[in-house]
Design a protein around this ligand. Structure first.
Ligand SMILES: [Zn+2]
Length: 70
C-alpha cells in the first residue's frame, strides 16, 4: 500500500485549504505560517478578552436572588 508514503492532506483550520500533515510542514495542521499565526492571534486575543473581564465581586451579588444559570 502506498498510502503510508503519500503525504496526508488535512484541511487547514484557518483558511480551509489543503494542508500537508507531515513533518515537512512545520505549520501543520495549518497550511502555512501565516494561517498558523492568524489562528494563534485569534486565540490569544480571545483569551485576553476573557482574562480582561473583571472578576465578579461577590459583594455585588444579591443574596436573595438564586444563582442565575445560563
Ligand atoms: Zn491555511
Amino acid at each position: 500500500m502506498s498510502d503510508a508514503v503519500k503525504p496526508r492532506l488535512v484541511r487547514c483550520p484557518q483558511c480551509g485549504g489543503d494542508s500537508v500533515y507531515a513533518p515537512t510542514n512545520k505549520w501543520r495542521p495549518f497550511c502555512s505560517e501565516r494561517c498558523r499565526q492568524i489562528d494563534l492571534g485569534a486565540w490569544a486575543s480571545e483569551s485576553f478578552r476573557v482574562a480582561a473581564t473583571p472578576p465578579q465581586d461577590p459583594d455585588e451579588l444579591d443574596p436573595d436572588q438564586p444563582p442565575r444559570v445560563h
